[in-house]
Design a protein around this ligand. Structure first.
Ligand code: PTJ
Length: 261
């Protein structure tokens, strides 16, 4: 609920939400997810996932912490070092930050691949079209001619020349099973998830505990800064990142509130 009587609870257009509003991120997120459901991009379960994420974001102060920023920088370095980076797109991230995903893919030369938990052809098509409307030229996930070993649900379906072949995969709002299975395939996983205790960030080489709305553009910003760096410099950024410390810091912040130590 908005605490500003000037802001409609369900604005028709996101430009109706003033950026100065204390609940701006939350209102914008809800608006985009709601529109995502209407367009058959986001699943109904996506609404529940959003509510869960929002509670964690509230406790994190709705800002990118220092440790999440360090994780985003390590993610950018991994993506720039990768042979074949892929950004996995589900119904929530497609609704929340389609343009930002397309931009990141361009900057690090990654593929975009739609991969869904609640898998239907109609949703895959709707998400691919939505990404194209935001500037994507090639969207993978429609062929689904390979399978991630050890997974028995629809999320195992991937493109042979996409996620199956990738060495580095960005998996925002992932389910733990697939995160584990991708790890077992030897892929480097970059997970964006507001819950540091969730199995997917716990499995990830780089867990970014931040709202995707902030995390994706932040990875892009770091990638732009690091674009001219040498392989050695990028490897040093990867090496310096401490995943355990990042997870612990995020959990401490959520449990205790307040600023980072
Ligand atoms: O589009 P589909 O069919 O692939 O389904 C996508 C969802 C997200 C519905 C599906 O993967 C799912 O059910 O996910 P979970 O198990 O609910 O996990 C979602 C995780 O994302 C939770 O840990 C939330 O805290 C977190 N989360 C929610 N919103 C955000 C978020 N993390 C970062 N940014 C957010 N905006």
């Amino acid at each position: 609920m908005t605490d500003d009587p000037q802001v409609p609870v369900a604005p028709e257009d996101e430009t109706e939400i003033p950026e100065s509003h204390p609940r701006y991120v939350s209102l914008l997120t809800r608006h985009r997810i709601e529109r995502g459901v209407e367009k058959d991009i986001t699943s109904l379960q996506g609404l529940i996932a959003e509510g869960r994420g929002e509670a964690f974001d509230y406790l994190l102060g709705e800002e990118t912490t220092e440790s999440a920023d360090a994780a985003a920088r390590a993610a950018a370095a991994h993506l720039l070092l990768a042979r074949h980076p892929v950004l996995s797109v589900n119904g929530n991230v497609a609704a929340l930050c389609p343009g930002e995903l397309v931009e990141l893919a361009e900057v690090v030369d990654a593929d975009l691949e739609v991969n869904l938990f609640n898998h239907t052809e109609a949703r895959i098509e709707a998400i691919a079209e939505h990404l194209r409307e935001h500037g994507a030229t090639d969207v993978k996930g429609l062929t689904a001619d390979a399978r991630i070993p050890g997974l028995d649900h629809a999320r195992a379906k991937v493109d042979a020349d996409g996620i199956y072949d990738a060495d580095v995969v960005v998996v925002p709002l992932e389910d733990g099973d697939r995160a584990e299975a991708l790890g077992e395939m030897g892929k480097t996983e970059i997970v964006v998830d507001l819950n540091p205790l969730s199995r997917s960030p716990q499995m990830a080489a780089v867990p970014i505990v931040d709202n995707v709305l902030r995390a994706i553009p932040n990875i892009t910003r770091h990638a732009r800064e690091l674009r001219e760096a040498t392989r050695e410099e990028l490897e040093a950024v990867v090496e310096e990142f401490d995943r355990e410390a990042a997870l612990e810091e995020a959990e401490r912040r959520i449990r205790e509130g307040g600023r980072e130590k």
